[in-house]
Design a protein around this ligand. Structure first.
Ligand SMILES: C[S@@+](CC[C@H](N)C(=O)[O-])C[C@H]1O[C@@H](n2cnc3c(N)ncnc32)[C@H](O)[C@@H]1O
Length: 231
């Protein structure tokens, strides 16, 4: 499936940012900025944005952190990274093409690591997700923090039902129409309802060894930011 994921993201790079903005009515921007602000609040010299895609979040990290903060951004899709590299705001970001399941960094390399809207993609199964979270933890310095922004499951069943219907009946067709990739947006509409609740994700992060794990639900509970610490 990992090759499948890589293929899917090679079909959508040119329209990826536009579909994100349209399908969330611009909310994704507010959420990414919130993640970047929270991440910057932890301070440090080296930040890593995992599964960076077109670098939307990495750019907000660059803007939210101090000038001398080094931002590295990793992704295994060269077409997505190619779009990232065209962005003038990404000029001072260091991009690394790699699979985040096996990061090419020594232990204790980063002060902060972030991921946005990609945890669903590494959730091939529970075991792979936990071992990938362990890999993220490995590259963090002791005291470092991991911040995870991802869609979640609303607590109220009616909102949850409406959210899943919205993804199926609006995001999937609009994404398919704009990108021309039926595969990519069918995949998205299948992974969102299957993903964990905020509480379940907290447990998985704890199983990967993160401490003091907390989460903030974003409006309606359709997304959440989790924060875990490497002690
Ligand atoms: C939905 S996009 C999210 C991109 C970006 N983080 C954002 O917020 O817009 C998912 C990204 O994760 C990347 N990805 C998925 N699995 C990966 C893996 N195992 N290693 C590296 N990148 C991966 C894909 O190539 C894609 O760019």
């Amino acid at each position: 499936m990992q090759n499948g994921v890589r293929e899917i993201f090679s079909e959508v790079p040119k329209t990826y940012d536009a579909v994100n903005a349209i399908s969330t009515f611009g909310l994704d921007i507010a959420w990414r900025k919130k993640l970047a602000k929270l991440a910057a609040g932890f301070g440090g010299e080296r930040f890593l944005d995992l599964c960076t895609g077109t670098a939307k979040t990495a750019i907000y990290l660059k803007q939210a952190t101090k000038n001398k903060t080094e931002i590295c951004a990793a992704d295994f899709s060269l077409p997505m990274l190619k779009i990232a590299l065209t962005k003038p705001q990404a000029k001072s970001i260091e991009f690394i093409a790699c699979d985040v399941k096996k990061l090419p960094f020594p232990d204790n390399s980063f002060d902060v690591a972030t991921i946005s809207f990609a945890t669903r993609n590494i959730n091939i199964n529970r075991e792979i997700l936990i071992s990938t979270f362990k890999e993220f933890r490995r590259v963090l310095k002791p005291g470092g923090c991991f911040l995870n922004l991802e869609t979640s499951q609303p607590s109220f069943w009616i909102i949850k039902k409406l959210f899943h219907l919205y993804v199926k009946l609006f995001v999937r067709p609009i994404g398919t129409l704009i990108s021309g990739s039926k595969k990519a947006y069918t995949y998205l509409s299948k992974t969102i309802p299957r993903f964990y609740s905020a509480q379940e994700l907290k447990t998985l992060l704890e199983q990967a060894g993160f401490k003091e794990v907390n989460f903030q639900k974003l409006p309606l509970g359709i997304a959440a930011i989790h924060i875990g610490k490497k002690t």
